[in-house]
Design a protein around this ligand. Structure first.
Ligand SMILES: [Zn+2]
Length: 424
């Protein structure tokens, strides 16, 4: 059964023309709301806030929601009931009442049959698309690799659109809320344009948001990959319920998304998060971006391979973090030393972030995670050593356990977080 259209659109199949959705929608800046709000806007804000609480803490009863939101159960009921009627939320199986044998409480949660989201991860060589339920289950997936024959940006945009079309539900199914795209490069979120992808210059300048929106008739939201990853952590991963943290991708490139006070920070037009290109050594090696001494030059596989070759570790030219950590675990002194230096180099960037924004928690993704608990502990030790003591406590480093799916889940969060404002 299709739920009521949250955007006030007329109900229809996915293939019907959509004149409203043809305009690209830029992700909203946090804090862009007016300072004073009208009474009608209060209802919308309460609704958004309640949905955020649900995503933070999972399935929750009306009584628990009332306690957390510091309002009466009646108020919660008046916010929740319309969303149940619209098919956005559902009531789960009754939980035994904890005291006095009252009526068993039923936890409220997002409806798995509510409108799904199309989530897209655009890497330099590949696109992965998924259809994701509001509860975070990926129900359909497709992918495409850009071959040498499809170098034209327009041809790549068509490949991306084709990959998305393969996961769209049948016209009789629930119409997706929108398309969320994570781009491994600099984006202009206002225009839906890819500004620059260091590892794939041919994607630079591509107006992906408007192209996809026109072709597929759905609202499209585009953002920087690590920021989308932060949303995945925030809504579906270890950042759930955590008000501030940094989600760091540390692979062939390095980037970060910051959740500060519950919101993902987004610079003007989607700028920022390019922490891999913060300079850590004025006299360092020349970076892919053309500048000198960027963090990326000392904390990626390229650095590990160069150093491994210099100290004579076998297979240095193809060495990755996982095998280096295994070699160190086996007691190889050269590998132990190199792994520690790598951990220290990763820590340098985290220390700079902690000194600037104090996220307190760093959730690491990408190649670095292959290093396992030994490497995580080393990085955390170096980070703690590198920042001054503060009453707020020591920073923590976690390795993500969500794998590649976190990006698709984050792209889902990108659409959901923009759509919740509109679920009124
Ligand atoms: Zn750089």
């Amino acid at each position: 059964m299709e739920s009521a259209p949250p955007f006030g659109e007329p109900g229809r199949g996915a293939d019907a023309p959509d004149v409203r959705a043809h305009s690209y929608r830029a992700p909203q800046q946090p804090g862009s709301a007016p300072r004073l709000i009208s009474q009608s806007a209060t209802g919308r804000l309460n609704r958004t806030r309640l949905l955020e609480i649900l995503y933070d803490i999972g399935p929750t009863t009306r009584a628990e929601l009332a306690r957390i939101a510091e309002v009466t159960k009646t108020t919660i009921g008046s916010i929740v009931q319309p969303m149940i009627d619209e098919g956005i939320l559902v009531e789960g199986d009754p939980r035994p009442s904890s005291s006095l044998g009252g009526k068993p409480a039923r936890p409220i949660w997002f409806s798995p049959s509510g409108r799904p989201v199309v989530a897209v991860h655009l890497s330099p060589e590949r696109v992965r698309a998924g259809l994701v339920t509001p509860t975070g289950e990926i129900t359909a997936e497709s992918s495409a690799v850009f071959s040498g024959t499809t170098d034209a940006p327009e041809a790549i945009a068509l490949l991306i659109a084709d990959a998305i079309e393969r996961v769209l539900p049948a016209p009789t199914g629930a119409r997706p809320l929108g398309i969320g795209v994570a781009v491994a490069g600099i984006v202009d979120t206002d225009e839906g344009r890819i500004v620059e992808v260091n590892l794939a210059p041919r994607l630079s300048g591509l107006q992906l948001g408007p192209i996809l929106s026109r072709r597929l008739g759905l609202p499209v939201f585009i953002d920087h990959h690590p920021r989308v990853q932060a949303l995945g952590d925030r809504w579906f991963g270890s950042g759930r319920g955590v008000s501030s943290f940094a989600s760091v991708y540390c692979g062939e490139a390095i980037g970060a998304g910051f959740v500060i006070g519950g919101s993902v920070h987004r610079g003007g037009g989607g700028a920022g998060g390019e922490v891999g290109h913060t300079i850590v050594d004025l006299a360092g090696a020349v970076c892919r971006c053309g500048r000198r001494g960027c963090w990326e030059t000392i904390a990626t596989h390229r650095w590990i391979r160069t150093q491994a070759a210099a100290v004579g570790i076998p297979g240095a030219t193809a060495l990755t973090v996982g095998p280096l950590a295994s070699l160190a675990d086996s007691g190889d002194a050269t590998a132990v030393d190199l792994l520690d230096r790598y951990a220290r180099n990763v820590a340098v960037g985290l220390i700079n972030m902690q000194q600037t924004l104090a996220p307190g928690l760093f959730v690491l993704h990408g190649d670095v995670v292959e290093g396992g608990e030994n490497l995580r502990a080393l990085i955390e030790k170096h980070v703690r050593h590198g920042v001054p003591d503060h009453p707020s406590g020591e920073p923590s480093v976690e390795f993500a356990t969500t794998g590649d799916d976190v990006t698709l889940l984050g792209a889902t969060g990108l659409v959901l977080s923009q759509s919740l404002e509109l679920l009124t």
